[in-house]
Each structure stands twice: as structure tokens, then as C-alpha cells.
Ligand binder design. Sequence first.
Ligand SMILES: [Zn+2]
Length: 339
Amino acid sequence: MDNWILKSANTLVNEPQQERAVSADEVKVKVTYVLASNFDAVLYSGTGGAHYPKTIGRFAVGRVMEAGADCYGVEKNTRVLLKPTRPCGKCLSCKTGKEEKCSSVAIAGRDFDGFLRDFVVCKYTDVAPLPDSVTDIEALCTEAVALAERIYSRLALPAGSRVAVVGCSFAGNILAQVLQYHKLIPIVIDNSPAALDKARACGIYYSYLPDEDLAENIREATSGQLCDAAIYTTCSRLDPAITMRVLAEGKCAVLAGFAPIDFNIPARELCDRNISLTSVMSGYDYTDTAINLLVHDAVNTDVFEKEILTEYDPNAVYKAMSETVGTRKNKMIIFKMIL
Ligand SMILES: [Zn+2]
């Protein structure tokens, strides 16, 4: 029986969890796949604000084994995504029935137990059924698509707007694809030629290295107007100043991603150019929208290399990931849960 609990920084311990009965509005899910993410790796390293002890694992899919009498839309054998975010239940929005506006969203692995375990018992509203056309592995990308949808909705830009995406590994690539699906024009910037190639393979036309030609390239791509928004992906470890430099005056910079990493923002450029700043760190409330986009093949996830592990030591996997987060191996590492 697997249940990998983060006891303290760099210490995951496998301890069986206590069995508990399923109440009327709950489901019991057998976890099948868990994506090892940068977010988990940051928690593992001790810098992500984990509240120990917590079971690790933010992104997972599984199959319903048991459903209570008051569960709707899910039954025994339904394939489901385990939602990686939940309303906090404590803020004003939550207390007044507006959970979709929760100001303090709880995240799996940090604020409540994550999913690197054999079974999860949770409310039926904390899982999302997966249509047949969405594979388990594709479904592991749902939160990245949801994050992109949330950003798109927050920016509320008209079609044809030019949006820079700084950093285009996993989350950045998916973000660019979602913006393109919504008829915005993504301009991706990354210091990895391989990541730029992957973006081009997904149909992203404007893709640049952050080199001495960048300023000129951006002017060319925007007819001299610069970008209508710029999104900095937090795990990219690229220079955040790039985000300000590619933006037209008075536009919006977005800090986005899953991993809350410390970095410095060039405040003077921000103030001088009247740039507004916002952050989006989860796809909360956009899970169903994201699954619908996956059904419509809006996002190509085939482009990512995948490694499915059947035998593993999660300590070694997360340790390696937290050490190489700067080099951003453009790969999905997936734990296959075998009971
Ligand atoms: Zn709340």
C-alpha cells in the first residue's frame, strides 16, 4: 500500500493510510497515474511552503471504486481527474456561497493531502469525470490547460492581441497553445532551442531566444507596437526583466505557473512604463473548461516526452527534479500506481 507523506524537507516516508468509510456524498478513488511536477519538487525541497506532514502529489487521475448514494455524475468504474485545488471554506467568498471566487484556494500536497497514494476518499465534487476521448496521460495536463484558461479569462484581450510567453517548457507551451486556440497571437521566448522547436511543432509561429536580437524580433512580430500582455512562467528561471521589456506601455504582466519560486522583479521598469502586474498560480475553477478543451483537441500533448515509472523511489525522483529545475527537462515524469 503506497501513501508517500512529506514529513519534512527532503523526507518522503511511505506509510499506509487509515481506511475510512465512504459517506453519502463521497467517492473512493483508486489512483492510477500521478504526474511528478515542479510544484511537488519545490515542496520536496522545502521552499514551497508545505504544511508538514502531507501526502505529496498535485496531479493525478484514477478510477472510482465506490460512490455514496448522493453522488451525481460519477459511479463505480468512472475514470476521473482528482482536482488539484479546492475552495478553502474559510474566506468571505466561501462563507457566502461564492466558492468560485475563493481568495485562498487550497492546493493538493501543500494545503491538503495530495495523491501519491493508492486510494483517495473525497467529496464527489472534488473529482471530474473524464470523457473516453481524453486519455489518462492527457488528463494529467488538465491543470496546465486550466491555468492557461484562467489567464486568458483574466486578460480579457480581443482576438489578434499579441501575448509574449516567457518560458515555454511544459506549462508555457500549453499556455501558448491555449492562447492560439482563442485567436490571440502567442510569442514564445525561451533559452532552450529544443523547447522552441516543440512550440513550433505545435503551430506557434513566433518563437525566439532571449538574445541580443530579441528586442528587434519583438518589434517585427508586433509591427513595432510591442506586446499587449506578457506572461512570465515562474519555473522558467529566465530573467523576469524580459517580461517588462517586451510589453507595450500600460499593459499587463502576468506571473504564472505552479511553483512559487522567489525571484526579483525590476520595479523601476514596471513603474516607469505603467505596467500592471497580476499572478495566476492555479487553474482553480477552470477544470471542466480545460477537460472540454482536451476533448476538442485544442492542445497537443503528444509533443512532450513521457517517462512512465512502474518501479521508483519518489525521494530520488523529486530530489533529481528539484536539482534540475533550472535546466527544465522538457519531460513528463509519471508514476504508475500499481497495487
Ligand atoms: Zn475560500
